[in-house]
Design a protein around this ligand. Structure first.
Ligand code: SF4
Ligand code: SF4
Length: 365
């Protein structure tokens, strides 16, 4: 299994970046071990997230340095309340997610299938921002930290880790906003690089998780959250309360009890409000009474820091400022993202040949 660092000279121009955690499986496939899908991929195939591709037996991340959105705000907006309160963070996300939530608000960014297809075809003009440049943008924006959010950070962990190292070198903290469907190996790579995990606990019902990700179970998600805490990462949790789906007393009480018993009575729990979207457009916004009831249950189970947000949903759900607002005048921001000649060579368009051979061009899951 590879876990090699990325050399600085490799990351300053757009190119395919070797997937950090990959191994050759007995079946002849190459397995990605970044998230718990553990996709086994043949030459030409892309993983569930669409952000990793097998080329001739090696997995590569397509989205290294590709930014879908940025924004600046207080850390409390993530939401995180017990780490450096009142400080500002630069939030940044790419394309691709390991889940397919029915109520996801920002499919173009979070799932990003069209953007990732364009990258695979070598036709993308999405913003490419190397780690050093991103940290420079953060410093120029006057923030104290960088948050990886909007989609699942595990699917571009290569970039997250490189940025986190540069950010720490410059005294910035790092926040990772996650669905926690991640492997133990990927969590181990976060140790010492990520300061804060803000994780969803969407439900205590396996059926709920299986409906948004066929492979996910409650135990896997909870285990990842606990592992992160054991690694010394500051952990806060969030539940987006969805009417008729996860809002029953039994479910909310069980989430609160798990947090109390496994993360501690001091561990913050953020209760946010669902707003209708996508396949759940017919589900009403969460009544404020349901949020207050969840908070009451949290306090009854012994949690000392429960926060209710009548005006806030999932972090994936926000409208975000264009990347150009933070990197004005930077020439290479929206150049076409193609591999260097030394990578794809005369094959020309990035991956096109491989995807055509595998009959995958434009394929969706
Ligand atoms: S990060 Fe993507 S390719 Fe890797 S296991 Fe997860 S879904 Fe599959
Ligand atoms: S809501 Fe979050 S975890 Fe779910 S699909 Fe959207 S980005 Fe992924």
């Amino acid at each position: 299994m590879t876990g090699a660092k990325t050399s600085a000279e490799n990351r300053d121009v757009y190119r395919l970046m070797p997937t950090r955690l990959q191994e050759t499986a007995d079946s002849g496939k190459t397995r990605c071990n970044l998230c718990l899908w553990r996709c086994g991929l043949h030459h030409g195939q892309r993983g569930f997230c669409q952000a990793h591709v097998n080329r001739n037996g090696t997995l590569y991340n397509l989205s290294y340095g590709i930014i879908s959105a940025m924004d600046v705000g207080v850390i409390e907006d993530k939401p995180v309340r017990h780490y450096r309160p009142g400080t500002q963070v630069l939030s940044v996300g790419s394309y691709g997610c390991s889940f397919r939530c029915g109520g996801c608000h920002n499919l173009e960014i979070s799932w990003g299938t069209e953007a990732l297809d364009e990258l695979a075809r070598g036709e993308s003009r999405a913003a490419f921002v190397p780690p050093d440049q991103l940290v420079r943008a953060a410093i120029q924006s006057g923030v104290q930290g960088i948050a990886f959010t909007y989609s699942e950070p595990a699917v571009w962990l290569e970039y997250v880790l490189d940025v986190a190292e540069v950010a720490h070198d410059h005294g910035l903290y790092t926040v990772y906003v996650s669905n926690s469907f991640v492997t133990e190996e990927a969590l181990a790579l976060l140790k010492g690089r990520i300061d804060v995990l803000c994780s969803d606990i969407k439900s205590m019902d396996d059926t709920f998780y299986r409906n948004i990700c066929a492979r996910a179970s409650v135990d896997q998600v909870l285990m990842s959250i606990k592992t992160a805490q054991n690694l010394g990462i500051h952990v806060e949790t969030r539940t987006n309360v969805i009417p008729g789906y996860n809002d029953k007393d039994k479910n909310m009480g069980a989430i609160a009890k798990w947090i109390h018993d496994h993360l501690g009575s001091q561990s913050p729990w953020h209760v946010t409000r669902f707003h209708p979207a996508y396949r759940m457009a017919d589900v009403p916004s969460t009544p404020v009474q349901s949020l207050e009831r969840a908070a009451e249950l949290g306090r009854e189970r012994g949690l000392e820091h429960v926060y209710v947000y009548a005006d806030k949903g999932c972090d994936c759900a926000t409208e975000n400022a264009p990347v150009t607002d933070f990197l004005p005048g930077w020439a290479s921001l929206h150049e076409v993202n193609k591999c260097a000649d030394t990578c794809c060579g005369k094959d020309g368009i990035l991956l096109g040949r491989y995807e055509r051979e595998a009959g995958l061009t434009g394929a969706r899951r």
